[in-house]
Design a protein around this ligand. Structure first.
Ligand code: NAP
Length: 304
């Protein structure tokens, strides 16, 4: 059981993340009723057939009006319109949350909820794949992954507590973070790498189409896997986190220029120092992550 208070859940956007959360919530609490909202009836029927949702609605108001919990899992640029339309048709004690990959943009958009803004808890599960759509939804997508919550001073503590427990119950480790810090950190660790992957594939194939792929080895596949991600989602993230991403691009260009300088000067020591330090820091990160996953797994096993 997640929480006795939550019986009816509305998932707005039944794709990879919305569908995965619906499946994980269902596993945690068999008695909840999950209604899916979307524009495409075929997708919603598929979600029902896959057992991801119990009911579906193509009218937003009908999907959310009696929900105890509303989860926004649509692309970022679709969120302002959803918040605007929901503001007048929700229950006063509703809890609203989202899964958007940029938080400053979503928090601004959520102000359209008016007096219900305090019931909104911004959240971002740091989990996903390069594949979109409900067919890829997985019950265990969030297990052993971090979910960042970015409450603002207005956020109701009860709503925050509920959303915090919900993410823990589906296997996430939750972290509370300031909105602007979230957007700055994620610009570097997620948004910039995606842009670099798209840019590298574009650069190599712009004139030669598929030819470079024929000679590509594992390194190229690893580096560019995320260039198979959904262009709509990444266009939206770029627009929503524009400033922080541009800062990250600027810092990356500085680093590339430093590398270019080492090459120009055939500076062996400079190259070795940069590569060695980068390798040490990444190895350290991987070791910490492995340890965290192990600890987290043990905690889960104990509480289940
Ligand atoms: P997805 O698989 O494409 O699912 C998005 C869903 O939203 C679709 O089922 C679509 O259904 C609906 N939708 C799309 N445009 C809409 C619109 N204009 N109005 C209403 N509904 C719309 O995408 P996703 O990967 O789950 O991403 C959803 C959210 O999760 C995004 O905000 C993203 O930033 C965040 N996120 C993604 C990942 C990831 O790795 N994918 C990770 C963390 C967070 P219909 O076509 O039926 O409307």
């Amino acid at each position: 059981m997640i929480d006795n208070k939550i019986n009816r859940v509305a998932i707005v956007g039944v794709g990879l993340i919305g569908g995965s959360l619906a499946k994980a919530l269902r596993q945690a609490n068999r008695s909840i009723t999950i209604t899916g909202y979307g524009r495409n009836t075929d997708n919603l029927k598929l979600a029902m057939k896959l057992g991801v949702i119990d009911l579906y609605e193509t009218r937003l108001e009908a999907a959310v009006h009696d929900a105890d919990l509303v989860v926004l899992a649509v692309p970022l640029q679709a969120m302002p319109e959803v918040f605007k339309r929901m503001g007048t048709c929700l229950r006063p004690d509703v809890i609203i949350t989202d899964v958007g990959s940029a938080k400053g943009f979503v928090v601004e958009a959520a102000k359209a909820l008016g007096s219900l803004f305090s019931r909104f808890v911004p959240a971002h599960p740091i989990a996903g794949t390069e594949q979109s759509g409900v067919t890829h939804a997985a019950t265990d997508l969030f297990e052993r992954h971090i979910t960042i919550l970015t409450p603002v001073p207005e956020t109701d503590r009860e709503a925050l507590g509920y959303v915090d427990r919900m993410w823990q119950r589906v296997g996430s480790q939750t972290v509370i973070m300031d909105v602007s810090r979230h957007d700055r950190v994620l610009a570097g660790t997620s948004h910039l790498p995606h842009l670099l992957a798209f840019a590298l594939v574009d650069m190599l194939t712009r004139n030669e189409q598929d030819e470079p792929f024929r000679y590509a080895a594992g390194g190229f596949r690893d580096f560019t896997r995320i260039a198979s991600s959904d262009p709509v989602m990444w266009r939206d993230i770029c627009l929503a986190n524009n400033h922080a991403i541009r800062d990250a691009i600027g810092q990356y260009i500085d680093t590339l220029q430093r590398l270019d300088g080492y090459l120009e000067a055939s500076d062996q020591a400079g190259l070795m120092k940069l590569f060695t330090e980068a390798k040490q820091r990444r190895d350290h990160y991987l070791a910490e992550r492995t340890a965290m996953a192990g600890n987290h797994k043990r905690t889960q096993d104990e509480t289940d």
